[in-house]
Design a protein around this ligand. Structure first.
Ligand code: PLP
Length: 208
């Protein structure tokens, strides 16, 4: 790889929000093992696929409290934790269903008003509030870069997320805080160079 990183260090999350359940077998046969969905209503249809249980499911969109129980039961990862209240609701449901959920804190690095996620200064306070809750394992950080004309322009955003992760890991002494979910169709190559461990690719993979 151009980044000098081993392919095994980076997981491709295929974002399936634009396709139907009938696309799942071909994606599995092509070697995609991780699927990302940003809406429960759509995910519910894809989870009907007879082979859905061959995949690892990632919830990557904003999560409303009334959908927490579904996400806990059907997903392995949540990329969009943004409040202590949501973490507590996830933890309660995870304990109830005897599930364990990997969670990433979504960070609004660029500060755009339209983006969800917590500002960088709130990452450590939020981590302190959620580390140790039963049923959820905080594994790292996620961000969405702003729309840019050239992928290079997203690089400072990705770099900042990596720095935040390193600081948080050191400050809180959390060796398992290793995951960086960053990069989409337009800019995943730059994100990988900056340390992404999970890239969320939709259009480029699904061909729409
Ligand atoms: C849709 C989506 C993606 C994938 O975007 P593409 O540009 O289609 O690759 C990644 N992350 C999130 C949170 C999304 O909603």
């Amino acid at each position: 790889m151009r980044s000098g990183r081993s392919p095994a260090e980076v997981r491709l999350v295929g974002v399936t929000k634009t396709v139907g359940a009938d696309a799942i077998p071909a994606l599995l046969d092509a070697g995609v093992r991780d699927f990302g969905e940003n809406r429960w209503q759509h995910a519910r249809d894809l989870l009907q696929s007879p082979r859905a249980n061959e995949a690892t499911w990632h919830f990557i969109g904003h999560l409303q409290t009334n959908k927490v129980k579904y996400v806990v039961r059907h997903f392995d990862w949540l990329h969009s934790l943004d409040s202590p209240e949501l973490a507590q609701a996830l933890s309660r449901q995870a304990v109830q269903w005897d599930r364990s959920l990997n969670v990433l804190i979504q960070v609004n690095v660029s500060g755009e008003q339209t983006k969800s996620g917590v500002p960088p200064c709130e990452v450590i306070p939020l981590l302190r509030a959620v580390v140790g809750l039963p049923g959820i394992a905080v594994r790292g950080l996620m961000t969405m870069a702003p729309k840019v004309n050239h992928p290079e322009e997203a690089r400072p955003i990705f770099r900042q997320l990596r720095t935040l992760l390193q600081e948080a890991r050191g400050d809180l002494g959390l060796p398992d805080l290793t995951e960086l979910s960053m990069g989409m169709s337009e800019d995943f190559a730059v994100a990988v160079e900056e340390g992404a461990t999970l890239v969320r690719v939709g259009r480029m993979l699904m061909g729409t």
